[in-house]
Design a protein around this ligand. Structure first.
Ligand code: PEP
Ligand code: MN
Length: 344
């Protein structure tokens, strides 16, 4: 249930409503919007009389929340959530472009690619130090050494770092190096991990599980939000279908559905969605046209020799071309890209 307070409600009205809700054994989450405060009623308490609550001073409306997520919902938080990242607000007018290799492969490699993607117009650097690989015999990432290289690449370029964390016990270590914690598709329903990243209060890029529904993605986000960590970006990275021409099937529908259902920014990952570099630009363009707030693009200077996901990785010059095309498209949908490429 959510309680919408009137724009004229006083601080005292709000605290009295909160006290009444808490007295019945619930927790409250406050959403203080531009116009009005909305109180989310969370948890399992004793039955609350909606009509009585509606009669309290300053209460405009008491609404049941029909879906199983609350804090992630637009009803609870009508304004778009904006997440600061490298001088832009993810979820606002400027598109977030997160680019880099699938995995951190070495110190000079990640620093070199960081310079390249920054030059091309990226707003953040990605690269996995802990890699969730389907086979235990595949390259698993450089671990903490990889995180150190990412931090050096940030130092050298000023780009914030997005990197995956797979283990709840390693969340605090990854937070020491990363600006944004990535939860990979395979971990989307690792609830211990979701609790841990929620508690960390660090920004999170939450990828949709490969066989998860949109509602399950929002429920996963709810775990993080329930710790008061509101800096969650949702990521559509393709889902598994019967189609075999591409690695996954990019669910373009997810973008407007998520934007309607939730206030959280939505990022598209056409690299993992298609699995083939030659389709990445088209799907990136489609995602931005559909309303995505940004992109995750895998970029590698030498994809043929990449340790992972070379088949879907763009060479830096192709990435630069993609950013230029996105910069041309963006104004049509009321967006822009951050950098000089926009003027090319
Ligand atoms: C990745 O970002 O390299 C990755 C492993 O992605 P996903 O979890 O979407 O498969
Ligand atoms: Mn990858």
């Amino acid at each position: 249930m959510i309680v919408v307070m009137s724009a004229l409600a006083s601080a005292r009205d709000i605290s009295e409503v909160i006290a009444r809700i808490r007295a019945m054994g619930y927790e409250v989450h406050l959403s203080e919007g531009k116009e009005r405060t909305i109180i989310g009623v969370i948890g399992r308490g004793r039955p609350l009389d909606r009509e009585q609550l509606g009669l309290m001073n300053g209460v405009q409306q008491v609404m049941p929340v029909t879906h199983p997520y609350k804090i992630a919902s637009r009803e609870y938080h009508p304004d778009d959530t904006l997440i600061p990242l490298n001088g832009i607000q993810v979820g606002g007018d400027t598109l977030a472009i997160i680019a880099g290799p699938c995995a951190v492969e070495g110190r000079s490699e990640i620093i070199e690619v960081a310079h390249m993607v920054r030059e091309a117009g990226a707003t953040a650097l990605r690269g996995g130090a802990f890699k969730p690989r389907t086979s235990p015999y595949s390259f698993q990432g450089l671990g903490e050494e990889g995180l150190r290289y990412l931090a050096e690449a940030r130092e050298a370029t000023g780009l914030p770092v997005v990197t995956e964390v797979m283990d709840p016990q390693l969340v605090s270590m990854v937070c020491d190096y990363a600006d944004v914690l990535q939860i990979g598709a395979r971990s989307m329903q690792n609830y211990a991990l979701l609790h841990a990243v929620g508690e960390s209060q660090h920004p999170v890029l939450l990828k949709r599980g490969m066989s998860s529904t949109i509602e399950e993605l929002l429920m996963a986000a709810e775990y993080i939000l329930s710790h008061g960590n509101m800096r969650v970006m949702l990521c559509e990275r393709g889902i598994r279908t019967f189609e075999t021409s591409t690695r996954n099937t990019f669910d373009i529908n997810a973008i407007p559905v998520l934007k309607q259902a939730s206030h959280l920014p939505v990022i598209a990952d056409p690299s993992h969605a298609t699995g083939k570099w030659e389709y990445v630009e088209s799907v990136a363009m489609a995602a931005i046209a559909a309303g995505a707030d940004g992109l995750v693009i895998e970029v590698h200077p030498d994809p043929e020799h990449a340790q992972s996901d070379g088949r879907q990785s763009l060479k830096p010059e192709r990435f630069a071309a993609l950013v230029s095309r996105i910069a041309q498209l963006a104004p049509v949908v009321g967006r822009r890209v951050a950098l000089k490429v926009a003027a090319d």
